[in-house]
Write a protein that binds this ligand. Structure first.
Ligand code: ZN
Length: 130
């Protein structure tokens, strides 16, 4: 375990969580406006797709924030989930919900880009169902 100041990170995570939970502006865009003119319809559809994408990203981030807070409760915060090394405090300051150290994150990103990782495919399912 590292000697990082968990409490200060907990505050950062709480703040981020509240910010994500209170973000309601995008949700308004998702409501379909029945009375739309044809001329506006395409633009509205685009807005809606962007809003859904943002929501998708935000809900994913919210999950990551909550997972980080769970790791705090389990005294596992700041430890890479993959290699179990300490995540540098500098990285945690930039990304308090980081679950992996930089090198593991890069490996995972590379594998995802290559379509090799299937363990986290919930997002693909959600998109397919939409
Ligand atoms: Zn790692």
């Amino acid at each position: 375990m590292t000697n990082i100041d968990v409490d200060s990170f907990r505050q950062l995570l709480e703040a981020k969580k509240n910010e994500l939970l209170s973000g309601t502006s995008d949700r308004d865009e998702i409501l379909i406006q029945n009375a739309a003119e044809d001329f506006d319809r395409l633009q509205q559809q685009l807005n809606r797709e962007v809003a859904i994408r943002n929501l998708d990203r935000e809900s994913k981030l919210l999950k990551e924030v909550q997972a980080a807070m769970t790791r705090m409760d389990e005294d596992a915060f700041g430890v890479c989930l993959r290699c179990e090394e300490s995540i540098p405090e500098k990285r945690l300051k930039a990304l308090p919900w980081a679950a992996y150290c930089v090198s593991c994150q890069e490996t995972i990103d590379r594998q995802r880009a290559a379509g090799e990782v299937v363990e986290d495919d919930s997002e693909a399912f959600e998109l397919a169902a939409a």
